[in-house]
Design a binder for this molecule. Sequence first.
Ligand code: SF4
Length: 774
Amino acid sequence: MSRKTDIPSEQNPEELLDLKVTKPKSWAAGIPAVTEALADVLKEAGPVRGMEALFHMNKKGGFDCSSCAWPDPDDDRSPIAEYCENGAKALAEEATTKKLTGEFFAQNSVADLAKLNDYEIGKKGRIAQPVYLPKGGTHYTPIGWDLAFKIIADHLNALASPNEATFYTSGRTSNEASFTYQLFVREFGTNNMPDCSNMCHESTGVALAESIGIGKGTVTLNDFYDTDVIIIMGQNPGTNHPRMLTALQKAKDNGSKIIAINPLFEAGLMGFKNPQTVKGLMGITTQLADLYLQVKINGDMALLKAIEKLLYAAELEKPGTVFDHQHIKNNTVGYTEFLRHLDKYKVEDLATAAGVPVRQIQEAADMLKNKSRIIVCWAMGITQHTNGVATIKEIVNLAMLKGSIGKPGAGLCPVRGHSNVQGNRTMLIYDKPFEKQLDKLKEVYGFEPPREHGYDVVETINAMNEGKLKVFFAMGGNFLSATPDTAYTAEGLRKMKLTVNVSTKLNRGHLVHGEESIILPTLARSDKDVVGGEVQFITCENSMGVIQSSKGVLSPISDNLMSENKIVCELAKVTLGSKSVVNWDRFAKSYDAVRDDIEKVIPGFDDYNERVRKPGGFYLPNAAREGKFETKEFGNKVPFTISELPDHKLAVDEYIMTTIRSHDQFNTTIYGLNDRYRGIHNERRIIFMNRNDIQKAGFKEGEKVDLFNYHGDKERVARLFVIIPYNIPEGNTATYYPETNVLVPIDSVAEKSNTPTSKLVIIKIKKHVPQNLN
Ligand code: SF4
């Protein structure tokens, strides 16, 4: 199955796999989801270990799924299964009994491993002991923990400035490990804390903090069960947050309508066969979207404005029946100016810019005009654009016009992609901390935290390439594959003196490394974390601001793994030595002690240890959810924001490409080579194109092509993709990441949030030219 590649990210292979294409599905889940989920878990973990883990996954008192951040029900949970196909696949990856010992690394050089595709690398198994790649080395070799910490500490202490090191965090890291990690990094002396949030919902955080005073969503899961309309924009829940479908089904059963807004028709937005119901098992589909608006890529702003204009027209016709004037008067500023701004557009022009017929937009407006219990959900299809922040503020405009924030059954719902990504930020993993957060750290611990803002992800990659960084430390994740401009990121990583990855499994990020490289193997969510003879629990925050405990149930595959929290504490002790004013042993010995300190430093965690022990945990305070707003610029008012439409000018041979996940994938982890909802089997190097575009460009279905991006006068290329005709707007294309991250320019970012614009990349498509890689 492996194929030749010239690294990184296997963007230039010589051969394709055995691609098979079938008709895309119009419904998600059903029996295939159950069989796929179970097959993976049984194959990797065996029946006893596998079923034991599945039984405790997402249950009260069990462990939290390490995949997405969709919340668990507050009240009763399913007696059968509280997980989805993708959660089970994520579990299979970490519960596997395959382990990578010293023998494995002796037999497989870094260069050989790099020739495998991402799927094959991931399937090798769990890393069973710390390994080290010395300068000039060809193979990772086992190393003791003490020596590993000493090498890292020596590198860190040899730096001319702490700002020559950068410390990445992925969204799996628990609240406790995130807190101790940021404390160590700040006591060491830098705010260089890029995190995966920089690449996903940073635009959401910026937009909502500025407009409603909190950078998080405002709904709870129960709001879904008692709402009138749910709008889902730029999000594919069937693949990326599958248990959301259960909430949508319940909403529909209770009479709610769903408007789906997306450039591709996704199975999980159209229909759902709930495998936990008799109906679903009998193959009966619940129709989800009542109205599906196939917007052009980044046509969302135009579409929102068109809906607002039509609502405004209805309001003028029957004053006081469409807009919530009391809410607008009490809670907003800029209403008149905003209406004046809307006046300058014609609905027809907005519809053309959105790529959606006026008739359908009118249908959407009609569904909304007499309702105010409206929930708007969104994900990367909105955030990863140059105008991501502005589009989210337009969503806020719509919600404020309708009075749809701050009451039951209504609100904003950014859906987070990785299980504790929201918690990481709450725990102060942030390159741009607020002064009052740093003041609090100083007050509690007595050291002076660095005040200068650090590097986010994009700034980190640039700083690596500019020689400003020497040490790269990653707490989880696969930095190389998750980030944009893969070849450039790889160049940066290779310039490091030392790269360190705290990981459960091998990934491509370990194979593109600095002069020296260390992998520190850590416990997974499902593993028992034993401290002082007792199994411990850690805590996480889900997409709706619920903090709950997570306690692993499986025996770790090796005695030589260490929890993330312990890794931080040991590294801090060796690096900071007697200079440290923090009692790291206290944290290493007790998660309760870490939580006691979180309570002292971070608002909203009062009685943390007591409340988190209650089944289901507790909600963090969220004033906007209560209809109270406190914004920096406008006090207790929410501003109506005026934003202009984007203007994408394309040459005749240019297309907009959006990167998407396959169904057999979670972030950069590839579980399999199929994308069964879209009818793609056994290959990932495909490009979805509109049939008219294929014909106009003189291509044929199934033709092999190379993809190019020329942003900033630099050629970026991803070779050997197969054209698949698909129902996607003309001028738009879609490809899987990480394969096409190589085309995402490092300096194409969202305004204000610096999030890479992975959902809008301008490409040219040319016939494939075979390369001689020998
Ligand atoms: S919806 Fe998300 S959190 Fe829930 S089981 Fe599936 S992947 Fe895990």
